[in-house]
Design a protein around this ligand. Structure first.
Ligand code: ADP
Ligand code: MG
Length: 535
């Protein structure tokens, strides 16, 4: 379908569901005002606005449906009534024919499915807007699922994303809410994640890492990737048999301890964010299963690792400290941390920011614990910070979204879930562990090679500095006693550094040893500090 006919379809759908009512009349350009006037002759809307938007997105097809699902995870931007409706959007699409699936697999793996698999099911196990999944059995008898991308979807995505950009730009330019909602940024965010989903090799790599991160844990199981039959177009993974997390009736029948189950969900999330810095960011119920063979110790199973979040080292640190500070109700520190981390501008008035945070957080803490939403708290905090020009950090948005999902799921399983009691000890431990000597040495070891890499440049830099110092020296004629002392100290320092650089170059095995034996590194650091503070 051409863009023009797509656009006219959008207009028709917008008219049918009276989406014009979403925009006030102020500030609209003339053309839009005329259209809005015409729209008044249309029948009055009978459904609430959220429902109308949901129907409109459903009519516009899978890419818009997925976009609606993404919007539903942004309660920091979208009003609650609309969020609730969008949350119920189902990404159900008619499966494409089995022959077509087989053809894609055969082309991607350069072989016939009869030769590659012992059996290959031509009926799909599941079908969604981007991919379809079939079951199969490998030649060695292992059961697997085969995932392939829907044919022609890339072009559809490209077209629909272009349309979404057109709409977003229009909203941003012409409506009062446009600036606040930052629609173009949201669409950009969407474009990045949806295109990531098209590369199955990427999903396979993510799956492998997540599996490895939890290989020694009984909290989460991630199916194994079968690499010989996996590439960008086809993903083959071990088939899992477990109860969908939404099938509460079956879980109840199995005697599952729902409290443990809900708390483990939170533990998995915090482990992924703070220990692994690699979190599954598509925690929607269709991707989560439960093995309740031991009902008192249920285990999660996760599939669909296409969307993964990671934070920068600094963001991870500030997020952790922020959460700890929030729950100590230390709003001053929350404000300061936002500034230190660079999330809000340096010149933000701390007291004003602190007061704004207190205003939104304090009423939340007055409620009983079971009614406090950790995710909502973060949403309120970010919304407040946005007023103080907090920049949208895609990784933090992803995290906020995942936290909301985890919490929603946890509360569905166990309404009394006390997220804070589960998360708090975890965060405190993480924070302490970060400053343990082992962790410091680990970080030293990790960055040691880069420092050594730059080591050979040090003599050159030093000579340049020396030369500069020398020139400065000649330029300054009148010199106080104190000055002389400092200069002498400077030369002593340069001498020590040169000696160090020379030693490292002459005896490279030492530098290697320094990065591999923490003790020698620490001794050297201690010596350095003593020299530094010695007069
Ligand atoms: N390894 C697996 N074992 C069993 N079922 C699976 C497996 N992987 C996926 N499925 C089923 O297929 C569905 C779709 O797979 P998924 O990877 O989530 O695709 P999509 O990206 O289209 O959501 C899942 O919701 C699940 O029911
Ligand atoms: Mg899925």
């Amino acid at each position: 379908m051409s863009s023009l006919s797509r656009l006219s379809r959008i207009f028709r759908v917008a008219a049918r569901y009276r989406l014009d009512t979403f925009f006030g009349n102020h500030n609209l350009p003339l053309s839009a005002r005329i259209m809005a006037r015409c729209a008044q002759f249309l029948p009055n809307p009978t459904m609430p606005r959220g429902e109308r938007l949901r129907h409109a997105l459903e009519d516009l097809g899978p890419i818009f449906i997925k976009f609606g699902q993404l919007l539903s995870t942004r309660p920091d931007l979208i009003p609650a009534d609309i969020c609730r409706e969008l949350d119920s959007l189902q990404d159900r699409v008619k499966p494409f024919p089995g022959e077509q699936f087989t053809a894609i697999v055969e082309a991607a793996l350069e072989g016939r499915v009869e030769d590659l698999f012992l059996t290959f099911d031509r009926e799909p196990l599941a079908s969604a807007s981007v991919a379809q999944v079939h079951t199969a059995v490998l030649l060695d008898g292992r059961e697997v699922v085969v995932k392939a991308i829907r044919p022609g979807i890339e072009k559809v995505i490209q077209q629909d994303i272009d349309l979404l950009f057109t709409i977003a730009r229009w909203i941003e330019r012409n409506t009062l809410d446009g600036k606040r909602l930052r629609p173009v940024e949201i669409v950009e965010d969407y474009r990045n994640t949806i295109f990531d989903e098209l590369n199955l090799q990427r999903e396979a790599a993510n799956t492998s890492i997540l599996r490895r991160n939890f290989s020694h844990s009984d909290l989460l199981y991630v199916p194994e990737v079968h690499w010989p039959l996996t590439n960008e177009k086809v993903l083959v993974t071990e088939r899992i048999y477990a109860t969908p997390v939404t099938d509460v009736a079956s879980l109840t029948k199995q005697g599952t301890d729902f409290r443990v189950l809900a708390e483990r969900g939170v533990e998995i999330f915090f482990t992924q964010v703070f220990e692994n810095n690699f979190f599954h960011a598509d925690m929607h119920p269709g991707n989560i299963f439960v093995d309740a063979t031991i009902p008192g110790s249920p285990r999660y199973l996760a599939v669909d690792c296409a969307i993964i979040g990671t934070l920068t080292d600094a963001d991870q640190y500030y997020l952790g400290r922020n959460l700890i500070a929030i729950f100590r109700r230390d709003y001053r520190q929350v404000a300061e941390l936002h500034i230190l981390s660079g999330w809000v501008p340096e010149n933000t008035p701390v007291s004003e920011f602190e007061a704004a945070i207190r205003t939104v957080c304090e009423p939340i803490f007055e409620r009983p614990l079971r009614d406090i939403s950790f995710g909502q708290l973060l949403v309120s905090l970010f919304r407040t910070a946005r007023r103080f020009n907090m920049e949208v950090q895609p990784s933090l948005v992803l995290l906020q979204k995942t936290l909301l999902n985890i919490e929603g799921l946890g509360r569905q399983l166990y309404p009394d879930l006390d997220l804070w009691s589960t998360a708090h000890p975890f965060l405190e431990r993480w924070f302490k562990d970060r400053f343990k000597p082992d962790a410091l040495v680990d970080r030293l070891k990790r960055h040691g090679p880069e420092w050594l890499e730059q080591f050979p440049q040090i003599p050159q830099l030093l000579f340049q500095s020396l030369e500069q110092l020398h020139r400065l020296d000649r330029a300054v004629s009148a010199r106080s006693d104190a000055d002389r002392k400092r200069k002498g100290g400077g030369f002593r320092w340069l001498g020590a550094a040169l000696l160090g650089a020379g030693l490292a170059i002459a005896f490279p095995q030492w530098s290697e040893a320094v990065t591999h034996t923490p003790l020698s590194g620490l001794v050297l650091m201690a010596l350095g500090v003593i020299l530094l503070i010695r007069r």
